[in-house]
Ligand binder design. Structure first.
Ligand SMILES: [Zn+2]
Ligand SMILES: [Zn+2]
Length: 357
């Protein structure tokens, strides 16, 4: 490939085609294989599903049946050496690509956990013609476009071969690096990490600690500014009525998970320090007040949504409701400030004895 590049060179069209193929096949894995089929985080029109099925196959990561079945096992038995198909506990290299290069996975092909997917005729068709789809999208199409473009091999090498290798490694980074390097703001229960740098290269799948905690959420980056093109694609397709029933965690659930995690971590720090009974009481007290206000705020928001659904907009927008919302916002702000001040003090005091995030 570099030899061809040196002697013949690649033109702009070939590079554009490389990126186009990369994005279409990459998004079909993240939006289709992963978030639609493995997690059922939304519903999609048959045209979208067909597109995902064809272009997902282009990524050569097996049929949806195999992929989703393995992935559901990954979530269910995460970090378990024998049951998690790509457990990072068996080493970085194993989680990255070792698991697919060698036949380590005795449960692969056990489709008992994807009975819902087996009913979809599009997925049955994809499973049956998987090899043909791989050949058409990776060989046939790049060669055909290359022939029409007048540079058969250049187009094939970039859009077919290089794109495939790059896509493979980027997807595998989720199984390895996203369980290795990054923060754990939501849960320490497993090795998954949030890593915004990784999100840039993986169509938004880098927010993996969030994803393991709220796996039914169609987003992986829950903030609007989190780089998550898969989420933007799914959301924008709702405007064309191509996707619907998008599942997501509420702001209350997200905030609560974060505070709980900070609270447990602070308790852990305190456990390793003598004579901290007063601080522990203060921490517990602040935590309970913070959570109480948050719960009240969550409920007010929920009431607001339900009233809106019942088209009682006037009641919702009533002065009383708005005043309560403003007051709760203010209280939350105060609690948050106090909470972080307390945590910062604790962390500064604990110094080196702090456990890793
Ligand atoms: Zn997942
Ligand atoms: Zn994972």
């Amino acid at each position: 490939m570099p030899v061809y590049g040196f002697y013949v060179g690649y033109d702009l069209f070939e590079w554009l085609l490389f990126f186009l193929f990369q994005w279409v096949s990459g998004l079909s894995v993240t939006g289709g294989y992963h978030r639609l089929w493995a997690h059922r985080s939304y519903e999609a029109h048959a045209a979208v599903r067909l597109c995902y099925a064809i272009w997902g196959a282009a990524s050569v990561q097996n049929s949806v049946f195999y992929w989703a079945s393995d992935h559901r096992r990954h979530h269910r038995y995460v970090d378990h050496n024998d049951l998690d198909p790509y457990s990072v506990q068996r080493g970085f290299w194993y989680a990255h690509i070792g698991w697919i290069l060698r036949d380590y996975n005795p449960n692969s092909g056990d489709f008992s956990n994807i009975k819902d997917l087996q009913r979809d005729p599009i997925l049955q068709w994809q499973h049956k013609h998987y090899l043909a789809l791989v050949l058409v999208t990776n060989l046939g199409l790049p060669l055909l476009i290359g022939y029409l473009h007048g540079k058969l091999w250049g187009t094939f090498l970039l859009a077919g071969l290089l794109r495939l290798v790059v896509n493979h490694h980027l997807t595998f980074l989720i199984n390895s690096l996203a369980h290795y390097w990054g923060r754990r703001p939501y849960s320490e229960a497993n090795s998954s990490r949030d890593n915004s740098l990784l999100a840039l290269f993986t169509f938004g799948e880098g927010y993996h600690n969030y994803h393991h905690h709220f796996q039914y959420d169609y987003r992986n980056g829950n903030e609007w500014w989190h780089f998550d093109p898969t989420k933007w694609l799914i959301k924008s397709m709702t405007w064309l009525r191509l996707t619907n029933k998008l599942q997501k965690a509420s702001r209350y659930q997200i905030e609560k998970a974060k505070i709980d995690r900070q609270f447990r971590r602070a308790l852990f720090v305190l456990e390793h320090q003598p004579h901290q009974e007063n601080v522990r009481h203060l921490l517990q007290h602040q935590y309970q007040r913070f959570i109480a206000t948050l719960t009240e705020w969550g409920k007010l928001k929920q009431d607001g949504y339900e009233d809106k659904r019942r088209a009682l907009r006037k009641t919702v927008q009533s002065l009383d409701w708005r005043l309560r919302r403003v007051e709760l916002h203010h209280r939350l702000k105060v609690h948050r400030k106090q909470w972080h001040m307390l945590l910062n003090e604790l962390i500064a005091h604990a110094g080196k004895s702090l456990p890793p995030a």
